[in-house]
Write a protein that binds this ligand. Structure first.
Ligand code: TYM
Length: 336
């Protein structure tokens, strides 16, 4: 049995990268391996590491939970909960782990460098310490597997590193080293405007991403206007090299349709984008529109979401509490 944990930040709306790189894989895993224990967190304490006046944290948390449920995370099979509802435990473990995290390793975190930009001196301590909280999110449950997109790989490596430092220091194989699961065809979905940049919530142009809340018309328009190159689609996957935009659209199609890139290429070899794009657009709408519709329904009356989050938080707490107690025992804290 695996104990699976993952999370998303309630910062802006979720996009196709979040869906194909993470959420869709969570759903596939939940359904393919019913014996697993699944914990899906809305990481609201991470969302406050970059100041954002416009963010309504409570609403954004419900929206992410609604997206999880609408995409197929079943609250009967998976705990869905806000990180802050178990925040006392996550934050306490974070402090303990912070004492065994090397600054040199935090200095190498690319996400911090990207988010802090040129103004790193003015960035908050929370943004810098973010990967330690993420390690605590995982280790507080002693999770065995963490399904994420490729951009989280470095954070996962740090979490494994911290777990292993703890085990060494206290000479006990207490923490399982969590395995990253970077799954499916689309581990890194790129911007629709520039195939060399990651599709992201924070990119300025909304045309660069497909949001889970976009209407079918918006999806069609964004795909129609997505950047491409003048050549027809190649007849091998190798032919996508040096063609980042074409590679990205093929990758999206493959992931959405549960196919390999080879299968998609076999179908569209030699075709023009004018032929491929409407097919991609229809497929995207077919998969995303029902999720969007279900999200709207769920958000129209938040009582169901709130009940699910409350239940999920209770479940999460029941797993985390004994683990934190044991960590403190191992470290030698007074117990009374
Ligand atoms: P976040 O909120 O940025 O993204 C949520 C998930 O979506 C994936 N993702 C992508 N996958 C493919 N292509 C993309 N363009 C793309 N953009 C985002 C991310 O890899 C992620 O899986 N640090 C995490 C949140 C977190 C977490 C955790 C995750 C906090 N604690 C513990 C796992 C376990 C983050 O910022 O994800």
């Amino acid at each position: 049995m695996k104990r699976i944990l993952s999370g998303m930040q309630p910062t802006y709306q979720l996009h196709l990268g979040n869906y194909l790189g993470a959420l869709k894989n969570w759903v596939d895993l939940q359904n393919a391996e019913p014996e697993n224990e699944n914990l899906y967190c809305v990481v609201d304490m991470h969302a406050i590491t970059v100041p954002n006046d416009k963010l309504n944290l409570e609403q954004a948390t419900r929206e992410i939970a609604a997206a999880y449920i609408a995409a197929g995370i079943d609250p009967k099979k998976s705990a869905i909960f806000p990180q802050s509802a178990v925040g006392d435990l996550h934050a306490q473990l974070m402090w303990l782990l912070a004492t065994m995290t090397q600054i040199g390793k935090l200095n190498r975190m690319t996400q911090f460098k990207d988010k802090a930009g040129k103004n790193a001196e003015k960035a908050g301590l929370g943004l810098y310490a973010y990967p330690v909280l993420m390690a605590a999110d995982i280790l507080i449950y002693n999770a065995t597997h963490v399904p994420v997109g490729e951009d989280q790989k470095q954070h996962l490596e740090l979490a494994r590193d911290i777990a292993s430092t703890f085990n060494h220091r206290f000479d006990k194989e207490f923490f399982t080293l969590p395995e990253p699961m970077i799954m499916g065809a689309a581990t890194r979905v790129m911007s629709l405007r520039d195939g060399t940049q990651k599709m992201s919530k924070s990119a300025e142009s909304d045309m660069s991403r497909i949001n889970l809340t976009d209407t079918p018309e918006m999806i069609a328009d964004k795909i129609k206007r997505a950047k491409t190159d003048p050549n027809p689609l190649p007849d091998t996957v190798e032919g996508l090299e040096g063609r980042p935009e074409a590679a990205n659209l093929i990758t999206i199609y493959a992931a959405m349709n549960n196919q390999t890139k080879e299968q998609v290429i076999a179908e569209f070899a030699g075709k023009q984008f004018s032929e491929f794009k409407p097919k991609l657009s229809d497929l995207t709408v077919e998969k995303i529109a029902p999720i969007t519709a279900r999200m709207r329904e769920l958000l129209a009356d938040v009582s169901e979401i709130d009940a699910i989050l409350k239940d999920g938080a209770e479940k999460a707490r029941s797993v985390a509490e004994p683990i934190l107690t044991e960590v403190k025992d191992i470290m030698g804290f007074w117990r009374g």
